[in-house]
Design a protein around this ligand. Structure first.
Ligand SMILES: *Cc1c(COP(=O)(O)O)cnc(C)c1O
Length: 461
């Protein structure tokens, strides 16, 4: 491709993105494709000779876009709504243009230093201590895996020799994200050594049960090594009592990891700073700017007060990667499993600068207000009930009927294309989730979704 062609198609692509964003409400939220539709529409083998960009872009519009579920749609309210904001998209484009690999400081100083600077800024916004070292991974799942490996390092100091982890035990609430258990499995801890602790009526880990589980394991000759607390659980956005869990972790000398993948971003609001209560005492914490901080997927931030242990677990430097750049030249490959690393910090830096803390806080505050308003609508309609406290931007509710009714309602809403909701099961009952996280979502969008739910519920009876 010549520079002139690149310029032309580049402009065309940017125009497409701008139009797409502008007309996002015209798309069905959930893709109408059936499984295999796209696969069957594509040739079984790649072309032998290059094809013109016009043909590729036209297939993008005609084949790929219909197979997209539009997370950008303001009525995308499933899982956790997200927004890849325009400044973030521009940062992502430039990162692709530069195409650097930040495995070492010298392999591109900006990747390492901008990551450290932006994560320092974010640390201040979140009210976390100065000694928290930050590193960017792809997802919270990866961040939590690194927490578990660092915790294992603290517990048994295996010095990269073969380890015996059979006696190590990890604790989390029964509402913890599945990534916690997956991390334990990946780190060789095993599911049988994960204790899921019961929650109280507000879905918060019960500290007295954590204490007694730890005591039981100690009596049985096991070694408790890690506890994961959650700030904003995935199913209903409950927050574990981190302060009390930190006391227990400290008493037993075990690693405390906080999963604040979703809820953590709210701490940039002064009135929500309390969600980080106790987190300063954690050994590590994960927060996902790609969830609620307007940064395009993927970008997860991992903070730890023990980067020394992370390094000891992961720094294995072959000769060709040795550098003599001195202590200020951090090599990020030493702080995790991966060697190569793309320039993710650039998009976060664009977002943080272009919005500023106030701009981002105003958007998150708007989401919190919308969630309260939606919860009010639910409360005022006696066909429905609210199923969990609304502490963040997530509303959990259900139709007062059977699980089958709720499933029918969910399927009908999602099939309509007007909105996308997801579900959870708690207390053995199916619950519908409305999770607001898109900066485009306005009150009118939400009102339309609620009206649509009401109409579809009317057809259930
Ligand atoms: C979304 C979420 C995760 C998983 O995030 P990924 O970045 O997709 O791995 C983990 N924990 C909580 C609490 C979450 O909400």
């Amino acid at each position: 491709m010549t520079p002139e062609e690149f310029r032309r198609f580049g402009h065309e692509v940017v125009d497409w993105i701008a139009d797409y964003s502008d007309r996002i409400r015209e798309y069905p939220v959930l893709s109408r494709n059936r499984p295999g539709d796209l696969t069957r529409a594509l040739p079984p083998s790649a072309p032998e000779t290059g094809e013109p960009m016009e043909a590729i872009l036209s297939d993008f519009r005609d084949l790929i876009v219909p197979a997209i579920t539009h997370w950008n749609h303001p009525a995308f309210l499933g899982y956790f709504g997200i927004s890849g904001s325009e400044p973030g998209i521009l940062g992502e484009m430039l990162a692709a243009g530069l195409n650097v690999n930040g495995m070492l400081w010298k392999s591109s100083p900006a990747v390492t230093e901008l990551e450290q600077v932006t994560l320092g800024w974010l640390r201040q916004w979140l009210g976390l201590p100065k000694d928290f070292f930050g590193v960017i991974y792809d997802t919270a799942s990866t961040s939590t895996l690194h927490a578990v490996v660092a915790a294992r390092q603290m517990a048994v100091a295996p010095e990269m020799a073969r380890g015996n982890w059979e006696h190590l035990v990890l604790y989390c609430s029964e509402q913890a994200h599945s990534s916690v258990e997956k991390a334990a499995v990946t780190a060789g801890i095993g599911r049988c050594n994960v204790r899921t602790i019961a929650v109280d009526e507000n879905f918060r880990l019960r500290p007295e049960l954590l204490s007694s589980a730890i005591e039981d394991d100690l009596r049985a000759g096991m070694q408790p090594f890690c506890v994961v607390a959650t700030v904003g659980t995935t199913a209903m956005a409950s927050t574990d009592p981190v302060e009390q869990i930190a006391d227990i972790a400290a008493r037993h000398g075990i690693w405390l990891h906080v999963d604040a993948a979703y809820g953590g971003s709210a701490a940039i609001l002064p009135e929500m700073a309390h969600v980080m209560n106790g987190c300063a005492r954690a050994h590590s914490l994960v927060v996902n700017p790609h969830k609620w901080l307007l940064t395009p997927v993927d970008l997860s931030v991992f903070y730890t007060s023990r980067p020394d242990l992370l390094r000891r677990a992961f720094s294995l430097v072959p000769e060709y990667l040795r550098t003599g750049d001195g202590p200020e030249a951090i090599n990020l490959m030493d702080y995790g499993f991966q060697l190569g690393r793309r320039f993710r910090a650039l998009k976060l830096w664009f977002v943080m600068r272009n919005y500023g803390r106030e701009g981002l806080a105003a958007i998150i505050r708007g989401h919190l207000d919308l969630a309260q308003e939606f919860a009010g609508w639910v409360k005022n309609d006696d066909r429905f009930e609210l199923c969990a406290p609304v502490d963040f931007s997530l509303v959990c509710f259900r139709y007062r009927g059977t699980d089958a009714d709720n499933q029918k309602l969910l399927d009908a809403i999602n099939r309509s294309g007007a909105a996308l909701l997801s579900h959870a099961v708690f207390g053995g009952r199916m619950v519908l989730r409305v999770a607001i996280g898109n900066y485009r979502t306005q009150r009118e969008d939400l009102r339309r979704v609620w009206d649509c739910i009401g109409v579809l519920a009317g057809k259930l009876g």
